[in-house]
Every structure is written in structure tokens, then in C-alpha cells.
Design a binder for this molecule. Structure first.
Ligand SMILES: [Zn+2]
Length: 197
């Protein structure tokens, strides 16, 4: 579901935290991983960002190195925008974004606070938008390069109907409609700020 490059390419700071949520522990396979502290700058220009990821199951703690393009400004680092470009993610594959969408959508349903629920729904929508970037113009099914590893690819080959573009476009339309009917009451927060509680 995620790239295992030694330095993972991102489009935003927010994507680093979603990456941990889609990643699995290299020791025991458990997920999601929890961020320990903040994303920090390093002195290595090939791997300028670093985030410690802890497995809540076995306690394994490993640093993950990132490259972020475009380089985030201070304001963008606080933004919930997952990908300001039209390019598909290189950190999380289609399977990863669909799984994140479903997980975050379920979390929104459990939120009692309406304003928070709306923010979580917006995060779910961002994940769905990222998933849809893996479909080429006019393509109803994604290409093999939409999946970053064998397990994701096998899942697609076993159930290609689950990846029909129309399904996810319809879900996006419903979600956009739901968000359009509710007003934003609270300043935007990142999903992990309340997810970790
Ligand atoms: Zn583990």
C-alpha cells in the first residue's frame, strides 16, 4: 500500500502522517504506525525530512525519511492540504488511498462533535481525491502501476470490480454533497490531532 523507497517522496507535510497510517510495521506487520513527535528537518539534502514511526503493537520505533516537493512553507506545514499538485502520490498507492478513505470515513461516523466530524469527512474526501488521481483520462480501471506492491496488485486482480472508477466518483459526489450541506464551524485541524486521542 505504501512506497518502501529509502527516501519516500511526498507532496505535503500532511501526506507524511497519512503515510504512517497506511504503513505497516516491518517487524510484526501491525498498523497503523503512530508518529512520535513532529516531522523534523535534517541536514541531509537527499533526505531533508524525518519522522519517527512507532508500532503500537510491538513497540518498534523507526525513522522514516522523506523528500517533500513542493518544499513546504511554514504555512503549508500547518495546512491539511494533502497534495497541492495534480500529480499522483508516490508515497501511497491506490489501494492505500482507498483504505485510508474508508478508515477515515468510519472515524467521521464515530465523531459526536459535528464540527470535528466535518473536518474528518474533509480528510476522507482528500484521500478519495488522491485515489482518483490514479485513473488516466477515460480509464474505468486503473493500470498496474497504480499499485506499489504485490499484495496490492493481487487484491486488484482478485476483485477488479472494486476498483471501477465510477464507484469512487459516485462516493466523491455524495461526500461533496454532504460537506456542502454542513457549515464549517471550527478552524481546520489535521485528522491525526484528534485521531491520536
Ligand atoms: Zn510491530
Amino acid at each position: 500500500m505504501v512506497s518502501h523507497d529509502p527516501v519516500v517522496s511526498l507532496h505535503s507535510v500532511a501526506e507524511a502522517f497519512l503515510y504512517l497510517m497506511a504503513a505497516r510495521c516491518t517487524g510484526c506487520g501491525f498498523g497503523p504506525l503512530k508518529p512520535q513527535g513532529n516531522l523534523t528537518r535534517t541536514s541531509h539534502c537527499a533526505a531533508p525530512w524525518r519522522l519517527l514511526a512507532e508500532c503500537p503493537q510491538c513497540g518498534r520505533c523507526e525513522p522514516v525519511s522523506f523528500l517533500i516537493d513542493p518544499v513546504p512553507t511554514r504555512e503549508q506545514a500547518r495546512s491539511a492540504v494533502v497534495n497541492p499538485t495534480a500529480l499522483r502520490s508516490r508515497a501511497i498507492d491506490l489501494e492505500g488511498w482507498v483504505t485510508l478513505f474508508q478508515t477515515i470515513l468510519a472515524a467521521a461516523g464515530e465523531q459526536r462533535d459535528r464540527a470535528l466530524s466535518r473536518e474528518v469527512l474533509s480528510e476522507a474526501l482528500s484521500c478519495l481525491e488522491e485515489a482518483l488521481k490514479f485513473y488516466g483520462p477515460g480509464e474505468d480501471l486503473p493500470g498496474g502501476d497504480a499499485f506499489f506492491n504485490e499484495a496490492s496488485r493481487k487484491g486488484f486482480l482478485a476483485h477488479p470490480e472494486r476498483y471501477a472508477r465510477g464507484i469512487w466518483e459516485q462516493r466523491r459526489a455524495i461526500l461533496v454533497g454532504t460537506l456542502g450541506r454542513t457549515e464549517a464551524h471550527a478552524p481546520p485541524r489535521r485528522w491525526y490531532q484528534f485521531w491520536r486521542k
